[in-house]
Design a protein around this ligand. Structure first.
Ligand code: PGA
Length: 248
């Protein structure tokens, strides 16, 4: 059985103090459940605070980004080895903001994914089509190309999470229709099957893009939806806690 994963992508929001007050409130509100994983992706400067507060709790945390090398002359970058040493469980790879605003290529993402798995950190690979790609009828082709390239060096024996995030639904308030989510997740599951056989059944596929308290329960019941990657609605404990509990 695949776990249900609720992941909070805080992006470039929250000081360490704000992260602390969020977590104090969130840990009170969270209803722990079996087969449920909650992951916080704080900005790098709040990772130390988050790591300290989440010690001895069931909540995990991860990096929003990292370099593919463990150390070296890479001014401004964060090492996956340091994330690991600080207690991270995972890291996001290929969020659409990294792909578009920071020009991250599929080739680079494949290296990051390998670096994380080599350190036993779970990569959460984000994939998704833009509005123009969807309107041109290229959604599946885009998903297939991203999966093929980004997972070209993956170790299928190690944990991997996939987040389907249609770019047009991120931060826009335009959530994908249930049929669109079901269709995309089914496509991703079957393409993973072509890449790794039966292991595909074990890989959680999360949906991301304007998930809110009031649409989470409906989305959580859709076939092949194994959790959410949440941006805006993860910034308040009061809105993220019910999303985390939407499958209970
Ligand atoms: P959103 O962001 O929930 O604010 O749409 C999701 C994401 O970017 O991961």
């Amino acid at each position: 059985m695949r776990p249900f994963i609720a992941a909070a992508n805080w992006k470039m929001n929250k000081t360490p103090q704000e992260a602390e007050s969020f977590l104090r409130e969130f840990l009170q509100l969270l209803k722990p459940a079996v087969h449920q994983i909650v992951i916080i992706f704080p900005p790098a400067l709040a990772c130390e605070t988050v790591s300290r507060l989440l010690k001895a709790t069931p909540v995990q945390w991860g990096g929003q980004n990292c370099h593919f090398e463990t150390k070296g002359a890479f001014t401004g970058e964060n090492s996956p080895q340091t994330l690991k040493a600080m207690g991270a469980a995972s890291a996001l790879v290929g969020h659409s903001e990294r792909r578009t605003l920071f020009a991250e290529s599929d080739q680079l993402l494949a290296k990051k994914l390998k670096a994380l798995q080599d350190l036993d950190l779970t990569p959460m690979l984000c994939i998704g089509e833009t509005l123009s790609e969807r309107e041109a009828g290229h959604t599946f082709r885009v998903l297939e190309e991203q999966l093929n390239s980004d997972l070209s060096a993956v170790n299928w024996q190690k944990p991997l999470h996939i987040a389907y995030e249609p770019v047009w639904a991120i931060g826009t308030g335009k959530v994908a229709m249930p049929e669109q989510v079901v269709e995309a997740h089914a496509f991703i599951r079957s393409h993973l099957g072509r890449l790794c056989g039966r292991t595909a059944e074990m890989i959680p596929i999360l949906y991301g893009g304007s998930v809110k308290t009031d649409n989470a329960s409906e989305l959580a019941r859709l076939e092949n939806v194994d959790g959410f990657l949440v941006g805006g609605a993860s910034l308040e404990a009061k809105s993220f806690a019910p999303i985390a509990a939407s499958r209970i």
